[in-house]
Write a protein that binds this ligand. Structure first.
Ligand code: FHN
Length: 610
């Protein structure tokens, strides 16, 4: 059959066979309960390895690696795997890339070695991204890796390498398909006729390819990582049907929430309602706090692109990537960190360097990440993050990840560190790594003595065993040396449709009139000025908000227009007198939201009145 330059050619007979063979896998019990209820009932069992793993490798690889973000001599910034979109390339003009894909340096064992050395316990690779190109040998189309000069089943080779090395193998599969003739909607610049497009036939094709991936040739998959669910042709019922198809083929598989329509944008967690999918998928961001009972995984690039981009050198530091992993684990999430391999089949050296540095840290401190649960405290301490792990005899091990080491006096060999507030008796306090230092109680109650020098410049981990389950005391912001109380966006508690965003280190997407933000804090009795750092564009934001202190409204503020969502201005909101009743609670809530969003809020400061 000739290769079609207008996109993949579906082989109807093969599709029917593959679909038929997929209906035998669902256990009888699940067929009675229906895959959804059965999936809910088995969720904890199926997600056990995922919760232990905490750290995985994401791999975006395909034909888009060949141009690497440059098309006809023009650089297209942004995600390399979106080049078809950013350069408005038709399927006919994109098709020749298939004849150019020949990654002769590809070595699956090397990729798995790099992931394992970094401490990554699972790998999620794109079996098909939005361009519809199959990185595996598909009997349903010519638009696959076997139609390239490389002629090797990359998914198979990687699956086998993962099997050999005990790394859980998973695939990403895009629902959205920019080249399949039956997928709708078309891209705006794609002038192929739509009259013959049959979306149900596309769904059968997609289910057929999933049957190929899940019928044994590639082994037991850990996760089916769906994506591209956001277009109007996809809906909740189709998501339920697709999830059932996948669970029928491999009942123990985990499916992310992008199979359905519940995801609230890039924050990745599901909105109100019953949605399919085993976990939430925040993208390029870390939730301000975890949600008890909700599994989630932040996926993130190391530079700005998922797929290889030859001109994107904006690499995150290894230190920030380690601290992201710690922050995520302290909130009960997983970290899926991406690499975008080059067209020759090698992972970029800049990615390898960062993964190697992360592996060095994990070599010493991995026990503080793997198999841990979210911090027992109501918020992160100012010096770092906390994870926890149950121990035999009902004990609990806390792992205190100290980013900001206490400052020792000049010439001192030790320094006093104040433990986060818990009531339990403790024992066996030790620094992870071969420090040889014996951690002893400090002179003050609730303190320990640590070496003057931090064992790690990135995050030093103090492990400490508690008798029983943690009995913690609420953490709240304490006054700075000048008596002011700085309430940062990252430390706020949130309710409603709004969220913390890394972009400007603020609370944003405040589209909900009922949304509110609050902090608990300690402050000596006295009179304070209240200052707020806010941003709001005249076109989309603005309005009025109220400030409540310990339940009583103390000020109302008209939000000034600024020159952008990242252009913050200080607003003096009023003056308040406080009696000493630590902790206090200050709450910000909308009073009037005339436009799409209220404001971006970066900080609230209480400054002692002069
Ligand atoms: O459009 C994709 C993008 O290319 C990439 O695959 C990310 C990774 O989660 N998901 C979509 C953007 O949200």
């Amino acid at each position: 059959m000739s290769r079609s330059v207008l996109g993949p050619v579906v082989r109807p007979l093969a599709a029917c066979f593959l679909l038929a063979s997929g209906s035998l896998g669902l256990p009888a019990q699940a067929q009675e309960m229906g895959s959804r209820e059965w999936a809910q009932a088995t969720r904890d069992e199926r997600l056990g390895w995922f919760r232990d793993a905490r750290f995985g490798m994401f791999i975006h690889w395909g034909l888009y690696a060949v141009p690497g973000g440059v098309w006809n001599g023009t650089n297209h910034a942004g995600a390399g795997e979106w080049l078809m979109h950013s350069a408005k390339i038709t399927p006919a003009d994109y098709a020749p890339l298939q004849a150019q894909f020949n990654p002769v340096e590809f070595n699956a064992d090397e990729w798995v070695r790099i992931a394992k050395a970094a401490g990554q316990k699972y790998i999620v690779i794109t079996s098909k991204h939005h361009d519809g190109f199959a990185l595996f040998d598909s009997a349903l189309t010519e638009w696959d890796v076997m139609g390239t000069p490389f002629k090797r089943d990359i998914i198979k080779e990687l699956a086998d390498a993962c099997e050999r090395e005990g790394v859980v193998f998973c695939v990403y599969h895009s629902i959205m398909d920019w080249t399949h003739p039956d997928y709708l909607p078309r891209r705006g610049w794609d002038n192929r006729p739509t009259g013959t497009a049959d979306f149900d036939r596309y769904r059968e094709f997609m289910k057929g390819q999933l049957s190929e991936l899940l019928s044994g040739r590639y082994g037991d998959m850990g996760i089916l990582w769906f994506d591209g669910e956001w277009e109007d042709t996809w809906n909740h019922d189709l998501g339920l049907d697709l999830a059932r198809h996948v669970r029928t083929l491999q009942p123990s598989i985990i499916i992310n929430n992008r199979v359905d329509k519940g995801r609230r944008g890039m924050e990745g967690l599901d909105g109100e309602g019953e949605w399919e999918g085993d976990y939430g998928t925040p993208e390029q961001e870390i939730p301000a706090s975890g949600l008890p009972g909700v599994d989630w995984e932040t996926c993130m690039t190391m530079n700005g692109s998922w797929g290889f981009h030859q001109n994107d050198h904006h690499w995150k530091s290894a230190e920030s990537l380690v601290r992201n992993l710690v922050d995520i684990a302290s909130k009960g999430g997983n970290f899926l960190l991406n690499v975008g391999p080059q067209p020759d089949g090698r992972i970029p050296q800049a990615s390898i360097d960062r993964l190697t540095a992360m592996g060095d840290w994990m070599e010493t401190n991995g026990e503080s990440i793997y198999g841990t649960a979210a911090s027992p405290f109501n918020r992160a301490p100012s010096w770092g993050r906390v994870t926890q792990k149950p121990l035999p005899e009902g004990k609990t091990r806390l792992y205190l990840h100290i980013f900001d080491w206490p400052t020792a006096s000049a010439g001192a060999t030790m320094v006093e560190f104040t433990l986060p507030p818990f009531k339990n008796a403790w024992s066996n306090a030790r620094l992870l790594g071969n420090t040889g230092f014996r951690v002893m109680p400090g002179a003050e109650a609730g303190t320990v003595l640590l070496p003057a020098e931090a064992p790690s410049a990135v995050a030093s981990v103090l492990a400490i065993d508690l008798e029983g389950a943690p009995e913690v005391v609420a953490l709240f912001t304490a006054p700075a040396a000048d008596g002011s109380v700085n309430l940062a966006a990252r430390d706020a508690s949130l309710a409603g449709q709004l969220r913390y965003e890394d972009r400007f280190d603020n609370i944003g997407y405040w589209t909900d009139s009922m949304g509110r933000v609050w902090w608990e804090f300690a402050a000596p009795a006295g009179t304070y000025e209240i200052h707020c750092m806010v941003a709001a564009t005249a076109a989309e934001g603005g309005g009025r908000f109220a400030i409540e202190l310990d339940g009583s409204t103390v000020a109302q503020v008209d939000i000034p227009a600024t020159n952008g969502w990242g252009d913050f201005t200080n607003v003096k909101a009023g003056t308040v007198h406080m009696e000493n009743q630590d902790p206090h609670t200050i709450t910000i809530r909308a009073v009037d939201k005339p436009r799409m969003a209220l404001m971006n809020l970066r900080e609230v400061r209480l400054v002692p009145a002069k």
